[in-house]
Write a protein that binds this ligand. Structure first.
Ligand SMILES: [Zn+2]
Ligand SMILES: [Zn+2]
Length: 162
């Protein structure tokens, strides 16, 4: 855990981005920064042209009480990290940092245990992003080296473990 500084500045921006999210369960905001420049932003939202969870008044994952990390296909949203990545070119993202903030829609509290799902981890790895910084409290955050996901994270594997 670290305190204050540039990272919290970027996390504040990612949190503002999360406010645009449209899921009824949890909204995430992500920004990719490279060489102190914001390359792209993304929030939790439905594929363009499709209705959002909040338009329909229901998120199936929320309604069915699906546990964290499971059955993401039931929510119509494209994840913040994915939206962020498809807005940028790989060349811009190479060596960059993705800042991620999650906000619980009901409580408006930060999602202190937030982490990217296994599909987003795979995309982040292939985008060439080097670090992911996740907000834990308004002033504290965790820095993840994407290399650790490549070499030490079994959730990046499939459910059978390969
Ligand atoms: Zn949803
Ligand atoms: Zn995800």
């Amino acid at each position: 855990m670290h305190r204050k500084g540039k990272s919290n500045y970027y996390l504040d921006i990612a949190q503002a981005v999360a406010q645009r999210g449209t899921c009824l369960r949890r909204n995430f905001g992500a920004i990719i920064v490279n060489h102190d420049e914001i390359i792209s932003t993304g929030y939790t939202g439905s594929p363009r042209g499709r209705k959002n969870c909040n338009d329909l008044g229901v998120c199936l994952r929320e309604k069915m009480g699906i546990p964290r990390g499971e059955r993401y296909e039931l929510c119509r949203s494209v994840h913040a990290e994915a939206n962020c990545i498809i807005s940028a070119s790989r060349r811009e993202m190479l060596g960059g940092t993705l800042y991620l903030v999650g906000v619980d829609v009901q409580t408006k509290e930060l999602v202190a245990e937030a982490n990217s799902c296994s599909m987003c981890k795979r995309m982040i790895i292939n985008a060439g992003v080097e670090k992911v910084v996740i907000r834990r409290t308004p002033t504290e955050y965790e820095i993840i080296n994407v290399r650790d996901w490549i070499y030490n994270d079994d959730t990046v594997l499939n459910s059978l473990g390969y």
